[in-house]
Design a protein around this ligand. Structure first.
Ligand SMILES: *Cc1c(COP(=O)(O)O)cnc(C)c1O
Length: 438
């Protein structure tokens, strides 16, 4: 079937294909791409699948299948979604009985961003090969996105990745993941902050002197990352024997993950509601509570991957749901830094589960729903493995989490990184020299 994609800002009224939306990233009027019509996914398509990729194939076929040669979408999805996504019981005590964790961190870089990034990379590679074109992906990252994107795109023909991270401002293990030597990927350690990295990338996109370089981005405003993220909601919903439809609690920053859940719901997945669990970056909970809320600068917290003051996917949610329906469907919670560390301890004590700081924000949000009398089933999305945040686990719990072998392997692996000042002319020259066409 042919889903068309339109801009949240009303431009491209006729809509573009998925291929166009994916490769453009952002609509020409500056808006985000949203589906002009949402296909209804018959329940049997997702309730009967034995694996995530087996679920993914018929579901995404309903959305975008007509844009692929026969069999191509299926092989992309089989290759991208080749890791388990277990639904783990984690109830008990103040967290209630029917509480589960959907562990999204079993991919190669141990964060949920592997799902979207691996799939998007292969989708892009497919369309670029068909067009005979090349692309350079620029990513500014403060942690998980960069390594998931670099890993997802590494070694794919026709795509080069340049990733920029603020030197010394990511966790030690995250840095090892970022500078891991990968074919087709250059890591730049920028002498500056995350905002400096983002500024350099934005300047490059707007620079008329680089207009001839085929540049694109891979952050969560790209619809190509969101469609695959719907799949694990359907998967989680299909795994449980629920007494009533579950609620999903989503540790949130840029609101991409939550937007994907809302898309899954609008395409037919029953839910009681969503809970948007935020840290001290609390624009969205305040908005949902009816406060006069505005985007602001980001605040540093222990759940650093959610330190987003201006969540770009809010514009998408706002388009998908009118204000009244949004407030009925989504509840917001703000969890401060002390409550995050306290939740890491309480979750461990009451349920035995070891939650990373992001997942702990989700648990605390669930605890508050329980305290308010909600006994319905809950699924907390676990967005990262605790071993990615060793220092914070140690601070909260007094011990270091076990390091999975594939994370420990980064310590011994070959690295490749170039230090660079936060200086646009130097960055531009680097892009010119690095681009294959120059
Ligand atoms: C990116 C990230 C989030 C936030 O997801 P959004 O889609 O930006 O809301 C939460 N937890 C972890 C570990 C992340 O890497």
């Amino acid at each position: 079937m042919a889903t068309r994609f339109v801009s949240t800002r009303g431009g491209s009224a006729a809509g573009v294909s998925f291929e166009e939306a994916l490769l453009q990233g952002i609509a020409s009027d500056g808006g985000l791409f949203v589906p002009a019509g949402i296909p209804v996914i018959p329940k049997a398509l997702w309730t009967d699948a034995a694996t995530l990729d087996a679920l993914a194939i018929p579901v995404l076929d309903r959305w975008i299948g007509d844009e692929f040669e026969p069999g191509a979408l299926a092989s992309i999805l089989r290759e991208a979604l080749d890791f388990p996504v277990p639904l783990v019981p984690a109830g008990g005590g103040v967290y209630g009985e029917e509480t589960y964790v959907l562990e999204l961190f079993h991919g190669p870089t141990l964060s949920f961003k592997d799902v979207g990034a691996r799939t998007m990379a292969r989708l892009m590679a497919y369309f670029l090969a068909r067009r005979g074109r090349r692309l350079t992906i620029l990513v500014a990252t403060s942690g998980d996105t960069g390594s998931a994107v670099a890993d997802g795109f590494a070694g794919l023909d026709a795509i080069d990745v340049v990733l920029l991270y603020p030197r010394g401002r990511v966790s030690p293990i995250q840095e090892l993941q970022l500078i891991h030597k990968r074919p087709g990927v250059r890591a730049l350690a920028i002498e500056g902050t995350f905002d400096d990295c983002q500024r350099l990338v934005k300047q490059a996109f707007l620079d008329p002197e680089l207009a001839s370089l085929p540049l694109s981005s891979a952050n969560s405003i790209n619809i190509g990352r969101l469609l695959p993220q719907m799949l694990y909601y359907l998967w989680g919903a299909a795994q449980g024997a629920w007494s009533t439809p579950p609620s999903f609690c989503v540790p949130s920053g840029n609101l991409g993950n939550l937007s994907a859940g809302v898309l899954a719901h609008l395409s037919g997945m029953p839910v009681r509601r969503f809970v948007a669990a935020h840290n001290e970056n609390d624009f969205f909970p305040r908005y949902l509570a009816g406060e006069e809320a505005a985007f602001g600068p980001s605040v540093t917290t222990p759940s650093s991957a959610m330190d987003v003051g201006a969540p770009s996917n809010f514009e998408r949610l706002d388009w998908l749901l009118d204000a009244e329906r949004m407030r009925r469907l989504i509840r917001g919670e703000r969890v401060d830094n002390a409550a995050t560390l306290e939740a890491m301890r309480a979750v461990r004590d009451e349920t035995g589960y070891l939650a990373d700081p992001h997942t702990a924000v989700g648990f605390e949000a669930v605890r508050r729903q329980r305290a308010a009398g909600d006994v319905s089933p809950f699924v907390v999305l676990s967005t990262a493995h605790p071993a990615k945040f060793v220092e914070i686990v140690e601070e909260a719990l007094g011990f270091a989490p076990d390091m999975p072998a594939r994370l420990a392997a980064y310590r011994d692996a070959e690295t490749d990184v170039l230090a660079m000042p936060a200086d646009y002319p130097i960055f531009r020259q680097f892009l010119r020299d690095a681009s294959p066409g120059s």
